[in-house]
Write a protein that binds this ligand. Sequence first.
Ligand code: PEP
Length: 249
Amino acid sequence: MSRQLIAGNWKMNGLLGPGSVLAGELAARASAGTPPGVELLVCPPTPLLYPLAVILKDSGIALGGQDCHAADGGAHTGDVSAAMLADAGCTYAIVGHSERRADHGDSDAEVKAKAEAALGAGLTPIVCVGETGEQRRAGETLSVIEAQVRGSVPDDIGAGGLVVAYEPVWAIGSGLTAKSSDVQEVHGHIRGLLKALFGPESGAAIRILYGGSVKPANAAELLAVPDVDGALVGGASLSAEDFWAIAAT
Ligand code: PEP
């Protein structure tokens, strides 16, 4: 299994000054040594991508976009193509985050097209899936996740690689986290699906991240869950100290 991926999703937070300071702090910590067995990724807002690419150059910390358009270019005001992310220094792109699905109506088919565009530009897509609180209470978690994975993950991932992030919607930014046993149940189900879709070896090698109020206090328990291959971290990634503490868990 490849290294654990600890990814910071800054969401719509960070101006050039404070964002550069935060990236500089992470780069300084990385120059003293990244925690063994860990790959770090930072996904800032789009205007900060290129300046952060300069700051993070040679730090070993990867850069990712928070979304991309499915098309290569054209009349899509306000959108960003996967090639533009790659051009700015990204190697990853988050697609299908629940905030995009809720705020912009991104459907599974659109998320899949975005993931395919990311692969086409040489990026590794991080495809997010997750159930709402209502769906969990109704006992629909596994069927919702299965439909999202089947609908959002590209049919052919080639050599580009893929990451799936399980983020229960009710756990994002709420301070609530899923119980370890529930996390394993969902991650195990996703793992089985990925093996069925891509074959046992490739399916086993795809990293499945957990996201939803991950912080230093709960990271050890969540990252110890067998099919958890890292974390997608929102709020806590805005503090170099907290993000590093999660990575060093
Ligand atoms: C996220 O934005 O993907 C996320 C998991 O946020 P938070 O860690 O703040 O819940």
